[in-house]
Write a protein that binds this ligand. Sequence first.
Ligand code: KIV
Ligand code: ZN
Length: 509
Amino acid sequence: MSEKILIFDTTLRDAEQTPGAALNGNEKLAIAKHLSALNVDVIEAGFPRSSPADFEAVSRIASEVEGPEICALSRIIEKDITDAWEAIRDAKRPRIHTFVGTSEIHIKGIMRSDEDTILKSSIESVAYARDLCPTVEFSPMDAARTDPVYLFEIIEATIEAGASIINIPDTVGYAIPSEFGKLIASIKQNVSNIDQVIISVHCHNDLGLAVANSIAAIKNGARQVECTVNGLGERAGNTSMEEIVMAIRTRRDHFADVHTDVDTTEIIPISRLVSRTMGMPVAANKAIVGANAFAHSSGIHQDGVIKQRDTFEIINPTVVGLQESQIILSPRSGRNALRHRLAVLGYDVETEQLDSVYERFLSLADKKKEVHDADLEAIMQDESKTVLVSENRYQFDHIQVFSGNQITSTATVGITTEGGAVTEAATGDGPVDATYKAISRVTGFSPTLSDYQIRSVTEGMDAIGEVTVKVKEQGRSFVGHGASTDIIEASAKAYINAINKVIHFRENG
Ligand code: KIV
Ligand code: ZN
């Protein structure tokens, strides 16, 4: 039977310690709610003793966030433990996580203490925490550099004192996978009461091995992994939540006996939320959540993915919450990728014509390195032999919008149709929404808007804004463009352009 790997998310505690990534209470609460939607098992909400603001944030999370266990961190100091408990006592399932450095370098260098004193305080602290809270986790910090015999002793004693989760931190990211796996196996062998608890691991990424070390630990019996969204955390960060979860899910052949309960379709949304809120951009090549993780730029790869996705993709992007893979058109792209993108834009290019379009595309790509939809539109409009498959059934004529932050937006849109000029008005949630509703009334089409982007084509206050929309109809995407110095007009043109393409597709396939 498959055993569950508990996902203990410490984005709001370890990652929040990252310089410049501090969050206010509202931001912490919003992320905690999203972590609950992601279905993690434990949220480490903060370190209440560290500041009154963190105490307050942890309390709000404990009383407002349902689902996961809510955990608070504390040193092995009575006041810390009391504060941790006071902050989480309203949670349905509270957990206190108490820790102390156990390596010689931490005991002597930080605590200026000795092994016996640390052992005694750990036992007393766990017992005190256990009197307050039903679930107590103990971490011998810097376990990977701790003398194993002392490590076994302190683990056995804190289990005896009431800990039900023993977390083994590689605090400075020093371990390598075979060594860390052996450490977990040796704990299982040498700690007599280890079967009474869950073994957890908390790996830092100083050598880029946090995920690999966590995997080695799972292989040797760990059943909780401490991790963070986007792998954020002290210094080089922690085990990345998305990487460990997707490794377990993707390599079922290696992880047949374990699983997580994470809703993987929430991975991209939470990655973006955390990145934006903490002001920590995600590297484009970051596994799973980087902008390039599902983008293909070499011609051979693009050709392969278009023909059969799994030739160059081991994860279906929809599994992590993306809509589709991305084909980056560059000088390395082949004809097939170009034809595919043109079809999405609504252009059906004959084989002979494709050669000439491809020549023009290549000379532009050599200059620009990346070719965007607007560039392709420009090429196609210039092509004398091109047939624009989406004949314009509807043509934008005029628009009038009333909008403001204290009134309901109203848009009146005039469109030329086969039957003559038609004007319709609608209200909406903002001027663009009102405009799109008015357009839907005229055309009878209201395809789902899946993407809306605006960029300035020229410079200055009177710049031309180009709006690109992507709409979905019967599982297919259609892209529409519109440009104007008035961004609402540009938005209207883009939506009408996309609707014309939908109609053409329906009528001509
Ligand atoms: O890295 C570490 O050891 C920690 C502990 C508090 C678990 O963050
Ligand atoms: Zn840590």
